[in-house]
Design a protein. Sequence first.
Length: 95
Amino acid sequence: MARFPPNIDAGTFTISAFLIGYLLLDDLNPAEQNSIGNWFMMVGQVLCTNSAQQQVINNRNNNKDGNHVINSNDTSFESLKRSVNTMSQELDKYS
């Protein structure tokens, strides 16, 4: 399978999307632009939702090595205290 997106810098990649969208303006009426725009947004949302869920799964798997994971059985206050302590410990590493 071809590598997509290609390994080009973010600015060029963003400009290419802008140019494609701009080129479509003249060929489509407003209703068609709306339809195609919504279709592209739906594609983006599917990609975002899938990647976000995969990140959750990866983070949970990576945290099995002893890092703190908030337990759903914890009370809100206990979870908050543990999270603050974990963040504090991480910040201490950089000071």
